[in-house]
Design a protein around this ligand. Structure first.
Ligand SMILES: [Zn+2]
Length: 342
């Protein structure tokens, strides 16, 4: 009964937040991608008109931009469960259309050129999990995992005296990280991306890099750091601390290691801004010293792997690239006096 009330309140809060997200995402889409005119409706240019007068050149440039190929679009599906106990999760996910409210996944939708679409699916799995199914190109979020996150969020809020909004934040922060992690597995497979370390660690790094890089105007850098902190807390909550040999043999790093790796990535992204991660004791000083270099290298390597697969329509112009490089250099100057650096 209590669980049903929690889910009901959560669903109502989620609808409110998601409708805001949905509306702003729609606005951005409208602004960024005006509907291209059908090619058949365009009159064939006469030879004398091929050299456009200077005053209409920007319009011509925009038309050329619209003709550039878009990337591969994803599919989204909610599969109804057989287990009646999971119906509440199915109803919540499908009514809210939760898969269309994962900002980073939705930004990647159509941004990359892939050999086939990634299919995002929520389904009953019989176990608490989220995974990438290589044979079908499916990224699956299990209702059992959704249920765990709802319950964990409620427990965290109860322990810290938060609100339903905080429970919702915990759920969405973890879903964003989790689904990006699985999307990382899909990209490694579909794009045959080279990995020399453990893939599980690499896709944790990709999820973190994307969350730190794809900050929208709806959220601040601080909001994103807070989301990543909540995602890292999941690793501590699910790490019982009793590690046997089977845990060490697992393809995943132990939960505490994944927690500290995330702290290092967030702190290293902007040591001046996220100094509190070290001063509050979430990241030991000894590790913090290496984090700016570590974060920079991981981000650069992942972006180098992904960059060649960005669809022509979404590639940065030279000016945009130069502005980005300048912003990174500026941040390095600002951080040159930050403590806990080698
Ligand atoms: Zn994984």
């Amino acid at each position: 009964m209590v669980q049903k009330i929690i889910i009901g309140v959560l669903a109502a809060a989620l609808i409110a937040v998601c409708s805001v997200w949905g509306y702003s995402a729609w606005q951005k889409q409208q602004a960024a991608a005006p509907a291209p005119a059908p090619a058949a409706a365009l009159p064939a240019p006469k030879p004398a008109e091929t050299a456009a007068p200077a005053e209409i050149a920007p319009v011509a440039a925009q038309a050329a931009q619209e003709e550039k190929a878009d990337g591969t679009h994803f599919t989204y599906k909610y599969v109804s469960p057989r287990n009646p106990e999971l119906l509440a999760m199915y109803n919540m996910a499908s009514e809210i259309d939760i898969l269309h409210h994962l900002p980073e996944v939705n930004q990647l939708d159509g941004w990359l050129t892939l050999p086939r679409p990634i299919n995002f699916i929520t389904a009953e799995c019989g176990t608490i999990n989220a995974f990438y199914a290589r044979d079908k190109g499916d990224v699956v979020l299990c209702y059992e995992m959704l249920d765990l996150l709802v319950r964990q969020g409620a427990a965290v809020v109860q322990a810290n005296g938060g609100s339903t909004g905080d429970q919702l934040k915990y759920l969405m922060a973890n879903l964003r990280f989790l689904m990006l992690h699985e999307t990382g597995h899909a990209l490694v497979d579909m794009l045959d991306l080279p990995q020399t370390g453990r893939e599980e660690d690499a896709v944790d790094q990709l999820a973190t890099t994307l969350m730190l890089s794809l900050v929208s105007s709806d959220e601040s850098d601080g909001d994103i750091a807070q989301n990543l902190q909540m995602a890292s807390n999941f690793f501590l909550l699910t790490d019982g601390g009793n590690h046997d040999m089977a845990t060490y043999a697992d393809e995943h790093s132990v939960g505490a290691q994944r927690f500290f790796n995330l702290q290092c990535m967030i702190y290293g992204h902007d040591p001046g801004k996220y100094l509190r991660i070290v001063t509050s004791g979430r990241l030991p000083e000894a590790r913090a010293l290496r984090c700016q270099d570590e974060s920079k290298q991981i981000t650069r390597n992942w972006l180098r792997l992904i960059e060649p697969n960005i669809a022509p329509r979404h590639r940065m112009s030279l000016e945009e690239e130069q502005a980005k490089v300048q912003a990174i250099k500026q941040k390095q100057v600002e951080n040159s006096t930050a403590p806990y650096m080698r």
